[in-house]
Design a protein around this ligand. Sequence first.
Ligand SMILES: [Zn+2]
Length: 202
Amino acid sequence: MTAFRKDTPERRPIITQVSHYSEHRNDLKLDFKNRCGYCDGIDTWRLMSFEIDHFIPQNKNKKPFLTIKANTDYSNLVYACKSCNNSKSNKWPTNDENISNQNDEGFIDPCDKEYEKQFNRLDNGEIVAITKLGSWIYKELKLYKPQHHIIWNIEQLDILIDEINELMPTIENEKLTKQLKDRLLNVYEAYRNYTKQLGSQN
Ligand SMILES: [Zn+2]
């Protein structure tokens, strides 16, 4: 078992007026450290499919819902992968926009440290809920989808490849270095092939 995520994303107190919330994309990407606020998946291989979620939804039951903040308000925005954004959609179990969860149903702002306390990760990268509220979020955000642990594992491989690359020049046997390098390149090519395929999935 390992921690669900390493860092809690932190929104800077950005109050710049923008005409459309999408203008906050670069700031969100930075504050969320290139990761989806909800599943913690990194955007490296699927940059184009990252979106902006309104934590308090703009509409609910086809009626305007968000009134306490403008829909461009930075404090209500979450950098999110397409899968989590689509799954969350306009869900908000309470009828009060100030109450994000109640009776173990609802959401926690991903920038709140409480968010990561709802989940753990198995050694194979799968997300597991460890609280009742966590179970509700897990189901509603479809955190069981395979892509969430596949991306986590690819990232671990990426780190491993970098480590091997760094170690390589320290091996003194030239022939061995060459053999290792060739094999590593094979692994890397196969790995790149795999990550490219991810781009076409939601
Ligand atoms: Zn996500």
